[in-house]
Design a binder for this molecule. Structure first.
Ligand code: SF4
Length: 414
């Protein structure tokens, strides 16, 4: 490896980290100011945006310790057989770069991951050392998200939680078949074992804090994971079931979905095309249905088509409502919160406002139109004092009436 300066390493290792979605730069438009032109890039040179546990959007330095790896996961640009330029930071270099960026107010924290060098334990030791040094040697109070290595010694993984706010372990692919085919050195049993250990350690940490206020915080922002979508044959139904299993068993804060994106010099076993980005978006929406709208995984799965895929042109909640029309219309003046949350077009805020408003007076369609973006989408599914959909809920072409109108594609879109 030729000798690289810190800036060159940063360019390589920030670029290599961008494929990891488990600290999401969600909602940003790609503006690229590399080359010294322009101000306000949201994407380049390792700065990404994530959401802190209190809902704040924070800027993180998102880098790898190294993009060298002894594993050969087919979907990964950093795999052993990939022909990419390699670089490696020392732990002290990561500490110094993080502090320098932090002091200049570029970032509010660090997201650190790594390819596996020498062994899982050695790599984990290096990651933990960065976090330890930042916290103990430099009294760093910023946010730290550490990616942990499932095969590493559980004691080391626990140390990560002592210094990091959030830890994550990627399940990578939704099924063991996919993992066997595309990441032969990984095993879903070992990955889940590491998640189970981490869940136990987080719960122990919370118990200790309840008993002793001076007990150290342990991964206060919990653990998360990432699943790659579209690299293997798993359909949306498989992915929803897998995500629900992970939430239930390991109390994950988030499952991130990352649409597979073709990499330079791809392995022959990978698909040639990326899945539509809308598929990733629909999976995030289904995730919200389970976490905030009271849908069971089986209900979300029942919104999929015969191939187990969620429709791309309408959101999963609308797809479910169109399939299960016997659950509608819902009377907004009488229905419990759980049923209101099932109405397509009602978000949690709208439902809260309906519930607090109806304590004072009966609600009509005009009241509802002020609470939603599109009353046309909501009308077939609700009853108000002055509106009852009668035959509309069951009409054969309801889908075309409530589905968003298709937009003309931009000829010059990237
Ligand atoms: S272990 Fe991680 S870095 Fe290494 S090839 Fe697999 S996904 Fe890539």
């Amino acid at each position: 490896m030729t000798s690289l300066d810190t800036r060159q390493k940063l360019a390589i290792l920030a670029d290599a980290a961008k494929y990891d979605a488990s600290c999401a730069s969600s909602g940003t438009v790609k503006r690229d100011s590399r080359g010294g032109n322009g101000v306000g890039s949201t994407e380049s040179m390792g700065i990404c945006h994530a959401y802190a546990p209190d809902g704040r959007c924070i800027s993180l330095l998102k880098i790898l310790l190294t993009n060298s790896c002894i594993f050969d996961c087919h979907y990964c640009i950093n795999r052993k057989s990939s022909n990419v330029r390699r670089a490696r930071f020392t732990t002290d270099e990561v500490v110094q770069v993080t502090l320098a960026f932090y002091k200049r107010n570029y970032i509010e924290g660090l997201f650190l991951s790594s390819g596996i060098i020498r062994s899982s334990n050695y790599t984990m030791e290096q990651l933990v050392e960065v976090a330890r040094s930042l916290r103990e040697d430099h009294d760093f109070r910023g946010y730290i998200h550490l990616k942990t290595i499932p095969d590493a010694d559980p004691g080391l993984v626990r140390l990560a939680g002592l210094h990091a706010d959030r830890v994550s372990i990627n399940v990578e692919l939704p099924t063991q078949d996919g993992l066997t085919r595309l990441a032969p050195e990984k095993d879903s049993g070992r990955i889940e074992g590491a998640m189970r250990d981490m869940k136990g350690a987080i719960e122990d940490g919370c118990d200790a804090r309840r008993k002793y206020r001076s007990a150290p915080k342990f991964a206060p922002a919990g653990q998360s994971t990432q699943m790659i979508v579209g690299a293997d044959a798993a359909n949306d139904r498989d992915i929803v079931r897998r995500a629900s299993h992970l939430y239930d068993r390991f109390s994950l804060r988030r499952v991130y979905y990352s649409a597979f994106s073709p990499i330079p010099s791809p392995s022959a076993v990978l698909p040639l095309k990326r899945p539509p980005l809308m598929r990733e978006h629909r999976l995030y929406q289904s995730d919200w249905l389970m976490r905030f709208y009271g849908f069971k995984p089986s209900e979300v799965a029942s919104a999929t088509d015969d191939l187990g895929m969620l429709p791309l042109d309408i959101d999963p909640k609308l797809a479910w409502a169109l399939k299960f029309r016997e659950s509608f219309p819902v009377d907004v003046n009488r229905a419990p919160r759980e049923l209101l949350l099932r109405v397509p077009g009602f978000g949690t805020k709208a439902v809260n406002r309906i519930i607090s408003s109806r304590r004072w007076r009966k609600l009509g369609l005009d009241d509802i139109s002020r609470l939603t973006l599109s009353v046309a989408k909501v009308r077939p599914f609700i009853i108000t004092t002055d509106w009852r959909p009668t035959l509309l809920t069951d009409c054969a072409d309801l889908r075309s009436l409530v589905a968003p109108k298709a937009e003309q594609l931009d000829l010059f879109a990237s």
